[in-house]
Design a protein around this ligand. Sequence first.
Ligand code: FAD
Length: 351
Amino acid sequence: MTRQTDVVVIGGGQAGLAAGYHLRRQGVDFVILDAQTTPGGAWQHAWDSLHLFSPAAYSSLPGRPMPVQVGEVYPGAGHVVEYLAAYEQRYHLPVVRPVRARGVHRDGAFLRVESDSGTWRAQAVISATGTWWRPFLPAVPGRADFAGRQLHTVEYRSPAHFAGQRVVVVGGGNSGAQIAADLACNTELTWVTQRPPRFLADDIDGRALFDVATARRRALESGQTDTGGVASLGDIVAVPPVRAARDAGLLKAQPMFTRLTPDGVEWADGTRAEAHAVIWCTGFRPALSHLAPLGLRGPRGHIPTLGTRSVAEPRLHLLGYGDWTGSASATLIGVGHPAREAAQQSAALVR
Ligand code: FAD
């Protein structure tokens, strides 16, 4: 059966919901298809101790501020899941679950979305499928020979699963630093980063990052020079557990090893560290396989965009994947602005 609507949003995480909020205001007919069985997008799969790096007031989607989590300055992932579930109810967002979009195709004046639960035709599609679903692991020699456990950030849950073990954590971003801090007290930890870790100043959290990202967007929009964005400040937000582990001297990073051996890792000078487990906190790629039939893939697996709109297929918007689809668009507070742009431009095609 083929259903007809004005706009199909693919993905019901925070980006898809923000798009829904603005589409509702535009007065168009739309549906949000989400592959998960329950609300919350990637947040429902986060590790147990994950907390936001911004207070609730700086972690809100358009229209409805995130309530403060009692007893916490930085809300936990479970609190975000509750907020997103309440958000979609509050705005009666038409999320259909679980529905996985398999392919988006050109179909005359329409785009056709084929899914595991039928087909939708629409004048515009907003893709908001996130990155969590495409973990990236670097090609390191010996990876297949390592006899211990290898897992990615997406599979890590709690230090209880590694108590007393020798664990190598790879990655100098926020995930790597937070998971290393999580494991520092009850494992024999080796933390490995490609370059020396760059901690942001202790008084800088997501609030300041958002302000810097906003200043950059405004500068670029008004034709001024690029202010450099948040990357110029450092990589790791010193959230309280990271700060505590670092200050206790438990977060000393080693340079990247050159290969894995059957029982651990080895550096270029022959130094070795034994390991029961290697946790790859090495990032993500955008989950875009459902867009493959449109043939839009550009450099680095990205689809070239102008704002959120695909350059080669103007009926398609990409939302929430990172700065290439809008400054800070992969954050709760930052996705509102590009979501409005995607909704307005999609609605303009309908009228
Ligand atoms: P997701 O939450 O991944 O939602 C996408 C949805 O689309 C999912 O429900 C998925 O199942 C669905 N989907 C995927 N493919 C399909 C398909 N083919 N068909 C249908 N549905 C599909 N941001 C902050 O603002 N503050 C923070 O403190 C913060 N900390 C972070 C910490 C970590 C470790 C990580 C990884 C990210 C953090 N972020 C933070 C960034 C960001 O807020 C999250 O990555 C967020 O989950 C992105 O939301 P999204 O809606 O784009 O994607």
